[in-house]
Ligand binder design. Structure first.
Ligand code: MN
Length: 234
């Protein structure tokens, strides 16, 4: 049976074409899978489970239907949708897994992460991440009114855009030492992550790091089954 991995769909109401692509993926490819792992940034932004827009509600229905057809769905937070909580997970039939998460694939211990925490060369980003992932900060944010949360998110998006444009390509990738440290620490030889939007399979000194692609223009997934792996980005 196949296990599927996806990340970085960045679904939002401004991009209905990607949302329909995802619908088709859930109704076709994903139906034949044993499990679907969503490794972060399913949504472009997340203001809280009490602030669901039309896209979030529709996607929840589709995911729930896939889950009810017998496919187990796991969700790991990304840097955009890290506030997605138990209420939405339940509505969607997803099980939340926290990062890092180790699973076994055909007997191979495999580490799952989103990938942003390993972009350690991007110091300003890592500093912002410490604040955003702080439970107290998150509780404060979720206690604000929805218009206040929208205003904050809009500002954060603009700052992030300006930062991304100014930063070099190397800084925006994972740091090799951070990756090697993870392999060591968790005693694994295989890792799957997203975030960088650079789909590839890196084989290095007996380790394999699979980077999932984004859904900016196309569907993108990793299919892992008994006969092998395929990283599809088309
Ligand atoms: Mn990301």
């Amino acid at each position: 049976m196949t296990t599927l991995f996806i990340s970085d769909l960045h679904l939002c109401k401004q991009r209905p074409d990607i949302t329909s692509m995802f619908k088709s993926f859930l109704e076709n490819k994903a139906r034949h899978a044993r499990a679907l792992y969503i490794l972060g940034d399913l949504f472009e932004y997340w203001l809280g489970d009490d602030a669901l827009d039309e896209t979030a509600l529709t996607v929840a229905k589709w995911l729930k239907s896939l889950n009810e057809s017998g496919v187990t769905i796991y969700y790991m937070a990304g840097n955009r949708d890290f506030l997605l909580g138990d209420a939405y997970a339940q509505k969607s039939g997803m099980q939340i897994i926290s990062e890092p998460h180790v699973i076994e694939l055909n007997g191979e211990k495999t580490l799952l992460i989103h990938g942003d925490a390993e972009c350690t060369d991007d110091v300003p980003y890592q500093q912002a991440r410490i604040m955003l992932r702080n439970p107290e900060w998150q509780a404060g944010f979720l206690s604000k009114s929805i218009p206040e949360r929208i205003a904050f998110a809009e500002q954060a998006r603009k700052q992030s855009e300006a930062h991304t444009q100014g930063a070099s390509m190397e800084i925006m990738d994972v740091n090799q030492s951070a990756i090697e440290a993870l392999f060591q620490q968790h005693q694994v030889k295989q890792m799957i992550h997203g975030h960088t939007h650079r789909p590839a399979i890196h084989e290095n000194n007996g380790t394999r790091r699979i980077v999932l692609g984004d859904w900016h223009k196309q569907a993108s997934y990793l299919a892992y089954n008994d006969s092998g792996i395929s990283l599809v980005h088309a």
